[in-house]
Design a protein around this ligand. Sequence first.
Ligand SMILES: [Zn+2]
Length: 477
Amino acid sequence: MNNRFHTPTFMVKAALGASLSILTIGGIFLWLSNSALIEGEAEEAKATSVQTTEAAKASPELIATLKTDLMTSEYVAVGAVPTEITPDIAIPTDIEKMVTVSSGDTLMSLLVTAGATRSEAHGAITALTNVYSPRKIRPGLDIALTFAPPTTVEEAENSRDVGPLRAMQFQPSVERIVKVSTTEGETTKYIAEEIQRPLTMRMARSTNEITSSLYLAATNVGVPNDIMIKLIRAYSFDVDFQREIQKGDSFEVVYEAYYDEDNNLARTGEMIYGNLNLSGDDLQLYRYTPSSGFTDYFNEKGQSAKKALMRTPVDGARLSSRFGKRKHPVLGYNKVHKGVDFAAPRGTPIYAAGDGVIVRANRFSSFGNYVKIRHHSGYETAYAHLKGFAKGMKKSKRVRQGQVIGYIGTTGRSTGPHLHYEVLYNGRQVNPLGVKLPAGEKLKSADLKKYKVEKQKIDSMMNELKKPAAIAGLQTN
Ligand SMILES: [Zn+2]
């Protein structure tokens, strides 16, 4: 049935491509895990991703700050010379400092460490509260501080290298800037304001032929990383990216893109449509929210792209051993491998492949730390060699698809960090990559009708985007 996979050379290339993509987007894969599936972990993961994005975004500013810091220390060195005697020296200007919130910081401690007095910090925070709750400040946020130059005797006595705090500014989201500054003539009276950056949403469309991997093909036409992840996620139930993609295949994606006043891409929104053309067959997916409220991607017939079980319950992993007969890496003789192995760095989260109930979560001889989940319709999944279990994972616990159940490790009889994954049907191991998985939601009656209307809207929007003018404006190649 699967004739997409022709030569061994291609396999090597595809595998290389896949692992390259995994390396590059490895970090992001850790948080992409899910929209609403994991409660606690998702929060934590989100915080990390925000931190990364903020840090990346702040880099030019950080460089600016470093420069200012250099200038500042220079200033301090000559600053002992009273300005009145040497009017030639540049008049000291405000001092800018960039501070990054770390976990455990309070805004008060951050401001005081940067040089503000407690009363200045208190004044600024009180003013801030009018437009933004300091509780919402998360680790990773960069805050720009402006201080007056240190001129008075008082400051010298307090041994701080700056004058009074004049302003503090940060950007809690791409659309929003929060600024607190002193009122004219006052040093400790602050006012806060919120500046909205208007963003314009436009649909963007990208398409490209796949020569080595989907990741490279998409990168080459400027598909943003978070859209690429949404694309891969949407197809991960249906497509084995390591085996099924081959030269000559192509992809297409339409997504929401938000631009600032200068027409720079500020952020992306949702992926609205995706298409993978594999060996001439289109696999189209449309975004739709049925009456259940759970937004999903559906094919042209209204069948959800999701399956009741995931084939690969770990993100960014490399398939390292297939199902079937093989020489056992530790025991050395031929043995049937009753699952598939996925190699991934130690500590990589492992997901419940489907909704179900944990029937076992403990040490299990050569499997090491082991979890087994019972799903509906006679299916079970098992996960072995775990480094450890996620919090609360024990027998009888109900889990949802995509929920983190444990972490990649190498406990039990194992040669290196990997997940040994089994799918059991009526108590017997089946090949997780080959088995026909129970399907997810299929839209019916009213939902199906509404979906068809929505699908038509998306189709006509795409026809607009495909027109030459639109292509010139929106496509990168
Ligand atoms: Zn194995």
